[in-house]
Ligand binder design. Structure first.
Ligand SMILES: *Cc1c(COP(=O)(O)O)cnc(C)c1O
Length: 407
């Protein structure tokens, strides 16, 4: 593999070389907490203690960095642990602009933990760039967005948001904060707002936020990167050296790192990421078109459909496909949608997404129950809204299952 290798080649090879001791083609699972030192403070390649560095994790972090086209990869014990690492970069009084239709746990972390640490949050519909500009304050240090969003599959213009972020920065003569060398990397104030894109729904195969202007791309690897519903993990990638130093400092100092076995499973998974995503996209497109014609379906939301309000942007921003997530509204509201979810046999009724097997869920009752009813209504999370995570089974079997469930 070299610098110019294409996506599928990077999936399989980036960050990995045959094991130097045995030639094992797969990266070993380094089940070790510590590493022997030749002399006090003299250790190999920076390996002194496994929270700080583990060879299986190093391979995964390099692999994920290559997939996102970035310089520095960092793996975490969950997607929310990756987010926590970013929020620890902020100081009391800092302000965050957050897209309105985000994963419930993302909002909960800001609202229930970091609000307590005097971090202020404004939620905005980022499909409206004017609203993003209006939400920015002199104290804004973080802009966090998710695209496509969950569950309304809104598509946000990453480059457009970055342009607004660039309009903001320290005003001439006004320091952004006090430098405190005793705090290490966190002692340097953040001068300009950091733009973080949660790329979980698209995966690195479909969308490259760093190339569109994001400073940091974040993943819940629990979803498409893991891809087999068998682990919980998170990741971040950045090309900004100073930011990477800060994030890696917190990764180690706060310590929410994944174990070696989970890193190995993710390395196994990313080898097929491009192939899985192609099938997720094909299947979802066929199902979205089929649902669009179904008499019992009021509305289908899928970025690949011409009827999607940001379809043109999605085509530009996600050139390889539109992902495996579909939301649809069943006519008649709660009862008919409940019936559909009880009747599916091949789709499993469960939260989460991004695995090879198809899942179906009811956002108002399940994943988004904690969102107050008025906020749900404002976002469009109707009582008849059903969310599908389309897997990579044979699509005719999936359509047959939905057909029977809706009959
Ligand atoms: C699941 C999810 C998260 C949280 O990740 P965990 O791995 O569950 O901690 C964050 N963002 C999105 C879009 C998600 O789907």
């Amino acid at each position: 593999m070299n610098e110019s290798s294409r996506f599928g080649t990077r999936c399989i090879h980036a960050g990995q070389a045959p094991d130097p001791t045995t030639g094992a083609i797969m990266t070993p699972v380094y089940m070790t907490s510590t590493f022997v030192q030749r002399s006090p403070g003299v250790f190999k390649d920076g390996y002194d203690y496994a929270r700080s560095k583990n060879p299986t994790r190093t391979a995964l972090e390099s692999n994920l960095a290559a997939l996102e086209g970035g310089k520095h990869g960092m793996a975490f014990s969950s997607g929310l642990a990756a987010m926590d690492c970013v929020l620890h970069q902020l100081r009391a009084g800092d302000h965050v602009v957050l897209s309105d239709d985000v994963y419930g746990g993302t909002f909960r972390q800001l609202d229930k933990i970091f609000r307590h640490h005097a971090i202020e949050v404004t939620r905005v519909d980022m499909t409206n760039l004017g609203a993003v500009r209006e939400a920015m304050r002199p104290t804004t240090r973080l802009v966090w967005l998710e695209t496509p969003s969950n569950p309304m599959l809104k598509v946000i213009d990453i480059a457009g948001v970055r342009a607004i972020v660039d309009e903001h920065g320290p005003k001439a003569g006004k320091a952004a904060g006090v430098r405190d060398a005793a705090l290490g990397p966190l002692g340097t104030p953040i001068e300009k707002p950091i733009l973080v894109v949660d790329n979980t729904f698209a995966s690195p195969y479909l969308q490259s936020p760093l190339s569109l202007g994001a400073h940091v791309v974040m993943h819940s690897c629990t979803k498409y990167i893991g891809g087999h519903s068998d682990l919980v993990a998170g990741a971040m990638v950045t090309s900004d050296d100073a930011l990477a130093e800060r994030l890696k400092f917190v990764q180690n100092a706060a310590g929410a790192v994944p174990g070696a076995m989970d890193c190995f499973l993710m390395l196994r998974s990313t080898k097929t990421l491009h192939v899985r995503m192609q099938r997720h996209c094909e299947n979802a497109m066929s199902i979205a078109r089929w649902l669009e014609k179904h008499a019992k379906i009021e509305k289908v939301i899928y970025p690949g459909l011409e009827s999607h309000p940001q379809h043109a942007l999605a085509k530009k921003q996600m050139p390889r496909g539109f992902g495996g997530m579909i939301s649809c509204v069943v006519k008649g509201g709660l009862e008919p949608s409940r019936k559909m979810l009880e009747r599916v046999a091949l789709f499993s009724l469960a939260e989460s997404l991004g695995g090879v097997e198809s899942l179906i869920e009811h956002p108002a009752i399940m994943t988004h129950a904690s969102v107050p009813i008025e906020a749900r209504k404002a976002l469009g999370i109707a009582d008849g809204l059903v969310r599908l995570s389309v897997g990579i089974e044979d699509v005719d079997d999936l359509i047959g299952d939905l057909d029977r469930a809706l009959a």
